[in-house]
Design a protein around this ligand. Structure first.
Ligand SMILES: *[C@@H]1O[C@H](CO)[C@@H](O)[C@H](O)[C@H]1NC(C)=O
Ligand SMILES: *[C@@H]1O[C@H](CO)[C@@H](O)[C@H](O)[C@H]1NC(C)=O
Ligand SMILES: *[C@@H]1O[C@H](CO)[C@@H](O)[C@H](O)[C@H]1NC(C)=O
Ligand SMILES: *[C@@H]1O[C@H](CO)[C@@H](O)[C@H](O)[C@H]1NC(C)=O
Ligand SMILES: *[C@@H]1O[C@H](CO)[C@@H](O)[C@H](O)[C@H]1NC(C)=O
Ligand SMILES: *[C@@H]1O[C@H](CO)[C@@H](O)[C@H](O)[C@H]1NC(C)=O
Ligand SMILES: [Ca+2]
Length: 531
């Protein structure tokens, strides 16, 4: 079996098919003296034309031509502006879906933008392609432009379903001028720079709109850096994918975005008197890739509106990215391309089959038997877990109630405010235990009548109960600034001067009554006297 696969690899035509035909089975039945059992291998789905499954969005709104109807002309025929784009007429409309249709017969169908009538304001458009699934590119991305390729554009990618975007490749007729980057070709790259983001001038110079229509993102040429010109030595590529950090991810995307930044100019500067010949038109976007299934599936099917791996090896998830329930004796691992040619399946094993009956929820790879307790326990629980089955959170962490017990992020740090809390532990809902005067989930706030100064300190004065008397003003709840002639914490005492013989009696009276009460009393007296 092993030898046959290796033999097949060497004899197949040396095209994409070779890369594709590797690792096509996840298991096979083997017969030994003891009977029949299964043997498991790393496996991956075949690569397919992904344009069929992509969701295309064009931005900004209103960038598609035809609403209102518009005339345009071509660089080849710049003074014959008889072509028309009209969104309401199916024969003259150029909606985005024409970038991904099948063109078996006749003339190309294409999406087209409005013309550059707002020159010199730049004519910008984004074309975003989404799969809602991680996919791994296996061949060049080809974008086919009718009426000339853009002078400046770039390709971006996302690995997280469109939340964050990263440049993938820059394209310009003058890379230095457009992006401040030196021009490079993928052929200039080496083993250590194979996943470098470059700017290329190869697809942006004017060569006539009929001669060269494609703009490419060169996946094959990058593979060839490892596998040789004719992609004969794919094993070397696989080996590198396992060992070179970021190489596998470089070819993985969930979304792609073409940013069109300046249309074809026909080999000359912009002619302001005829702006009808500047626009974008794309007839096809070819993305060849396979579903990313972490080498745990050989099929990937369109289901419930999206592509989904048919996970084997007792894995699950849209990318087979975790172990099935009850198969979490060890942490999940992706399959490996190594050793060639069959790789390693790294299957998920049933709890109980590895060592006694010890489930560790994927937070530990090791169990150990404790003699005097007569139990088997998980060793070195990871992800801030603890306990016999790594089923509890370490002190200073609390359980995320909406996460499964085997989630890597099941334990969330308490993050108690050091000044405001008694210790760094929290209860099951993440609340910390607060020192006197502190409040809030993390004890980061103060209760009323306290102020924050490396913890919560009781107010000396404020606007409610501890009001500064006799016209004093409260400074940051920390002290009353008294007018001259008064003193005391709340300025409640008259300063004694040489003739003030009442002042000692007055101050005793003041002191024996609460300040608030006293001010209310004075106020009442004053109203009595004045009425
Ligand atoms: C295109 O997308 C980029 C982010 O990837 C964004 O900054 C830019 O504003 C978008 N342009 C248009 C015309 O929507
Ligand atoms: C994306 O795929 C996931 C499952 O893989 C599904 O739950 C979700 O609804 C999909 N989202 C969209 C927008 O289709
Ligand atoms: C351009 O790309 C298309 C696929 O979209 C392909 O059929 C065609 O042969 C390519 N043309 C050139 C010149 O590479
Ligand atoms: C997965 O689990 C099932 C039992 O549910 C078992 O029959 C099968 O052999 C397991 N597969 C692998 C690859 O371990
Ligand atoms: C808890 O887990 C859920 C599900 O995995 C996740 O969506 C959520 O962000 C987590 N909450 C926190 C606070 O990390
Ligand atoms: C955690 O503490 C907060 C605040 O004291 C309380 O409201 C909550 O009920 C507590 N949760 C549990 C599970 O004890
Ligand atoms: Ca088309």
């Amino acid at each position: 079996m092993l030898h046959l696969a290796a033999l097949l690899l060497q004899c197949l035509p040396l095209a994409m098919g070779q890369y594709d035909r590797a690792l096509r089975s996840c298991k096979s039945r083997v017969t030994t003296d003891e009977g029949t059992t299964w043997e498991y291998y790393a496996c991956q789905p075949r690569s397919i034309a992904m344009k069929e499954y992509m969701l295309v969005k064009v931005d900004p709104p209103g960038i598609t031509c035809g609403d209102p109807p518009e005339r345009f002309c071509t660089h080849e025929n710049p003074y014959l502006c008889s072509d028309e784009c009209d969104a309401s007429n199916p024969d003259l409309a150029h909606p985005p879906k024409l970038m991904q249709d099948d063109e078996k017969y006749g003339r190309p169908t294409y999406w087209q933008s409005i013309t550059w009538s707002r020159y010199p304001e730049p004519l910008l458009a984004n074309i975003t392609m989404s799969w809602n699934k991680s996919i791994e590119l296996t061949d060049n991305i080809l974008i086919t432009f009718e009426y000339g390729r853009p002078t400046i554009m770039m390709l971006e990618k996302s690995l997280d379903y469109g939340r964050t975007w990263h440049p993938y490749q820059y394209y310009a007729d003058d890379c230095m001028e457009a992006f401040g980057m030196p021009a490079k070709n993928v052929q200039d790259l080496s083993i250590t720079t194979a996943n470098r983001i470059i700017c290329t001038e190869q697809y942006s110079r004017w060569v006539g709109s009929k001669n060269e229509k494609n703009v490419s993102f060169e996946v094959r040429d990058r593979f060839a850096i490892f596998a040789g010109r004719d992609l004969k030595n794919m094993e070397n590529l696989y080996t590198r994918m396992e060992s070179m950090k970021g190489l596998k991810d470089f070819f993985t995307v969930t979304d792609l975005r073409i940013r069109l930044l300046r249309p074809a100019l026909g080999g000359t500067y912009v002619q302001r008197d005829n702006l009808f010949k500047y626009f974008y038109a794309i007839s096809n976007i070819e993305v060849t890739a396979r579903c990313k299934c972490n080498l745990h599936a050989k099929e990937c099917n369109f289901k419930d509106g999206g592509l989904q791996c048919e996970c084997e090896h007792n894995t699950t998830g849209s990318d087979c990215g975790k172990c099935k329930k009850n198969f979490r004796a060890k942490s999940w691992r992706p399959g490996s391309y190594l050793p060639v040619p069959n790789g390693s399946p790294n299957i998920c094993t049933a709890a109980g089959s590895a060592f006694g009956n010890c489930e560790c929820y994927g937070h530990s790879n090791r169990c150990s038997y404790i003699d005097f307790l007569n139990i088997v326990t998980c060793v070195s629980c990871k992800h801030n877990t603890r306990g016999q089955h790594c089923q509890h959170c370490r002190l200073g962490f609390y359980r995320n109630a909406s996460a499964e017990l085997d989630d890597d992020n099941v334990c969330i740090e308490c993050n108690c405010n050091q000044m405001g809390s008694i210790h760094d532990r929290c209860n099951e809902t993440g609340y910390c235990e607060c020192k006197e005067g502190a409040t809030g989930m993390k004890c980061e706030d103060c209760q009323a009548a306290y102020y924050w100064k490396q913890g919560c300190i009781p107010n000396v004065c404020d606007d409610e109960l501890l009001i500064c008397q006799n016209g004093g003003t409260c400074l940051e709840n920390q002290k009353c600034i008294c007018p001259s002639g008064y003193k005391g914490v709340l300025c409640e005492q008259r300063k004694c001067n040489s003739e003030g013989k009442d002042c000692s009696t007055a101050s005793t009276a003041y002191l024996s009554l609460p300040a608030g009460f006293l001010s209310a009393l004075i106020l009442q007296l004053a109203t009595l006297i004045s009425s």
